[in-house]
Write a protein that binds this ligand. Sequence first.
Ligand code: PRX
Length: 583
Amino acid sequence: METSYSPILKDPKSASEHNLGEYSGFAADFSLNSAESELDWLPNGGLNIAYEAIDRHCKTNRQYKKALIWEGKAGETESYTFEDLRLLTNKFANVLQNLGLSKGDRVFTFMERLPEIYITAFGTLKAGCIIGPLFSAFGPDPVKDRLENSGATVLVTQPELRARIAEILPSLPELKHIIVVNKFGRAENPLVENDLEWSDLMNLASDEFNSIETSRDDYSIMHYTSGTTGKPKGAVHRHNSVIQQYITGKWVLDLRPDDVYWCTADPGWVTGTSYGMVAPWTNGVTQIVYEGGFSARKWYDIIQQYGVTVWYTAPTAIRMLMKQGADLPKSYDLSSLRYTASVGEPLNPEAVVWGINAIGMPIHDNWWQTETGAIMIANYPSMDIRPGSMGKPLPGINVGIIDEEGNEKPVGEGGNLAVQPGWPSMFQAYWQDSERYDSRFKQGWYLTGDEAYKDEDGYYWFVGRSDDVINTAGHLVGPFEVESALIEHPAVAEAGVIGKPDPIAMEVVKAFVSLKEGYEASDSLRRDITGFVRTKLAAAVAPREIEIIDSLPKTRSGKIMRRLLKARELGLPEGDTSTLEED
Ligand code: PRX
């Protein structure tokens, strides 16, 4: 085992490419070294997330411990030991090899929270391929963009979802195989010509597999994330991320061997993989997966029924629970709960306090992003919570509040939240978009796109986004993606999309559209446009409100001024409009 190796970027080229300056000093105080010695390295210093999360335990007394307890929407249950997962993921890795996939190929899932999504993800990692999970509520457009951009060779899906995106599949030449999971035969007559059936493939595959050798630098997972402009970008991670996901599971989520852990995030988003797959299983913990969506009663019931001890959820969900009152949780036995944490949006101070009254403990907020791969700033179990604050940086992670020149700002002053590159779970690329990747690094900092300030005790406080990206119920939505879908409607000439503040979802997507000649604004047209984008995108991403206006404010160069639309919507000062196009 290699313990002297620093988790700093192995490839010195990428460090110098970003002109990171004083690198060695940073490496020296990188406390995440301790996580390296707790993980089990493959011969020759190799690293594979699937080995760390699953196979490693099968050499210990955790071999027959339950890793996954799954409850389906219809109340079905299944459970899997680490040994079960080892054998099933071996089988799936063989399936991929039998289909001719090799290292670096992309395997995507478009599935609800079924056990097969976990088997696919870790089997893919064992085979040295890259896993890309897609959010199951997406409509055809977002799925097409992501499969096309990633050049995925295999898609693992289920009959109902396959049917939803049937129209886009023929236009994806790189997609060679569609594997369909027909769980419990829920869908009748599911197989479309040339599709492969999950159970057929798995039955034929051997459960012996020698993992493909992967290094810490080999790519492991990609999640698409939205920016202000252009289509979503595929943030690519490497196996090395496991170091930080493991240690934050332990230090921030306080995972201990006997815990029953529940992460409510969907694997289509980064929390659902980093903390719904890797962190709990590398820590050898039993986790609950519930296939269904939000329901206050059902959620409390899950905690009670399975004796959940550690719960990781999101502010929107907490606000929805708060709406149901503090009496409802009191009618359940939630005494198993020991620790609760939240991520994805600012957690209101009232929510922290509500936790104390309703579930007997405060909720610990923490901050990170798709690009950071793991928790970066947190309220730790060992420290006093400051309600409303994201907490303090992980030991060894250097966070700064900087101005436009990259200089650190004084305590108490707001600025760009930035991180010194080199943390173990740092994203390694935006898939085939090195220009966009490089643009996130300036003056030796990674720019997060968030604004924040630090108080005199070193706690960080979120202020807002520094771009037009919308955060609705913890999902980042790029306005461009929604605008592109809107202008495909025959009546829509132009579209501008903003985030409108909302007491539950933090923001909802609001669209302003202008109409083409010959179309009249009416309620029925508005409803038609709403329905149209909803089927293309996903209810979570599509505009909640659409307003038809005569024309959209644009700069002289023709760019839609979303900030002005937002200011007008909120009745705020319009700011600098000197670049506004004259009518
Ligand atoms: O704006 C911040 C917000 O969510 C963004 C990251 O979103 P995403 O890449 O989808 O990853 C979500 C899972 C971590 C951040 O740039 N955000 C995340 N956590 C917090 C937050 N905003 C305020 N407080 C938080 N704790």
